[in-house]
Design a binder for this molecule. Structure first.
Ligand code: COA
Length: 238
């Protein structure tokens, strides 16, 4: 059974042993398999300047094994879009506390396209939406390859282009801003058969966030507002 864990500077010490395999997996997937040679490093780990203390990671773990991940970086700090691909965003850089930039989504090759349960990439897309609405985000900026657009369309992610696609190293790449809202999260949960929030917030009791509602129609009336979890409230939804 796979679980998606939120990993941030506040609880990173609990996940320290995953970081070396995580960066090695990124090297294996992005450098060796996808041949994004600009990311190559002699130590066999793919780490960049956006892997800072402020980065938030979603780690998909199955019986203790890292099988997928995604990274979110605050746009008030430098991002891929602002530093490496500024020409893709003709509206000018996004520096907003309510917008995080997503990158490095991957699923290990043997767990892609699964049909026994929800596809892990769908689970990650649902989980990051849950993270966003739980922590008060309204959008995600992303530099992505154009082939993501029909996938987003199919799963209900609302992606607004910030400029025209450009060809880079044989890839058609563009910048988008995706809405982060409860309706999208609810719809995604319905598509993959989730009836309640999925994220594991281990060691993050001190983080201000909303507890999202149980989505089972029997569990709550549709209009019930989400509860606010206050700092130090001692909640641990996982
Ligand atoms: N170019 C074009 N299409 C791609 C693609 C690529 N590089 N990678 C995946 N796709 C398409 C596949 O053609 C497939 O389409 P289909 O469903 O119509 O047949 C679909 O995406 C599913 O991809 P698949 O890899 O089988 O499984 P998945 O949906 O479980 O996982 C990813 C999707 C992107 C998470 C997974 O392919 C992955 O980890 N890739 C490596 C990391 C990566 O490139 N991440 C994106 C940039 S950060």
């Amino acid at each position: 059974m796979s679980e998606i864990h939120v990993v941030r500077k506040d609880n990173r010490q609990l996940y320290e042993s995953y970081f070396d395999p995580y960066f090695r997996l990124r090297h294996e997937i992005y450098v060796k398999q996808r041949k994004w040679m600009a990311l190559d490093r002699p130590d066999g780990r793919e780490i960049d300047q956006f892997d800072t203390d402020e980065a938030v990671y979603l780690f998909c773990l199955d019986e203790g094994r890292l099988i997928g991940a995604m990274r979110a970086v605050p746009t008030v700090s430098p991002t891929l879009m602002s530093e490496i691909f500024p020409s893709l965003n003709i509206r000018g850089p996004i520096h907003r506390p309510d917008v995080y930039e997503l990158s490095r989504i991957f699923v290990i090759p043997e767990r892609r396209g699964e049909h026994a349960g929800p596809r892990l990439d769908m689970l990650l897309l649902t989980a990051i939406m849950e993270y966003g609405i739980s922590t008060g985000l309204t959008g995600f900026s992303i530099v992505l390859e154009s082939w993501w657009l029909p996938r987003f369309e199919r799963c209900g992610w609302k992606a607004h282009p910030l400029g025209l696609p450009e060809m880079m190293d044989g890839m058609s790449v563009l910048a988008v801003l995706v809405d982060c809202d409860e309706a999208t999260w609810t719809s995604l949960c319905g598509q993959i058969g989730l009836s309640k929030p999925t994220l594991t917030w281990r060691g993050l009791n001190g983080v201000n966030r909303r507890a999202l509602p149980d989505l089972s129609p029997l569990a709550r009336p549709a209009a019930q507002p989400a509860r606010l979890i206050r700092r130090d409230a001692g909640d641990h939804a996982a």
